[in-house]
Design a protein around this ligand. Structure first.
Ligand SMILES: [Zn+2]
Length: 113
């Protein structure tokens, strides 16, 4: 069972370039600029935001070489907290420094902070 089965998000996958269904798409595979986690250092910080909110911020991972939306999802579920992605910066609600660090290390990233 798919996550959004039966909702408006439940569409068959289509190619982003030609718009055809992925089954019939003839586009050549796109080279993905993937960076190895082990060669990147995530810089972690706990910061205060407006209204006294505390957030855990992850910087230093370029969006071009990483699946940052996917990473955000993993971090949010590891912390059981909400979060947002702003450019190359991941922000998890609350002071979740230890959990974020553990999760990043599990994936293979080096961490600092
Ligand atoms: Zn295509």
């Amino acid at each position: 069972m798919r996550l959004f089965e039966g909702t408006e998000f439940d569409r068959p996958p289509t190619c982003e370039r030609c718009g055809e269904l992925e089954e019939v798409c003839q586009c050549p595979p796109e080279p993905v600029a993937k960076l190895e986690p082990g060669k990147q250092t995530a810089r972690l910080a706990v910061e205060k935001r407006k209204k006294g909110k505390t957030v855990t911020v992850v910087r230093g991972l370029p969006a071009e070489g990483n699946d940052l939306p996917g990473l955000l999802t993993k971090l949010k579920s590891a912390c059981g907290a909400g979060g947002t992605l702003k450019d190359d910066e991941l922000e998890i609600q609350g002071n979740n420094l230890d959990r974020v660090r553990d999760e990043l290390k599990k994936i293979g990233f080096r961490t600092k902070g």
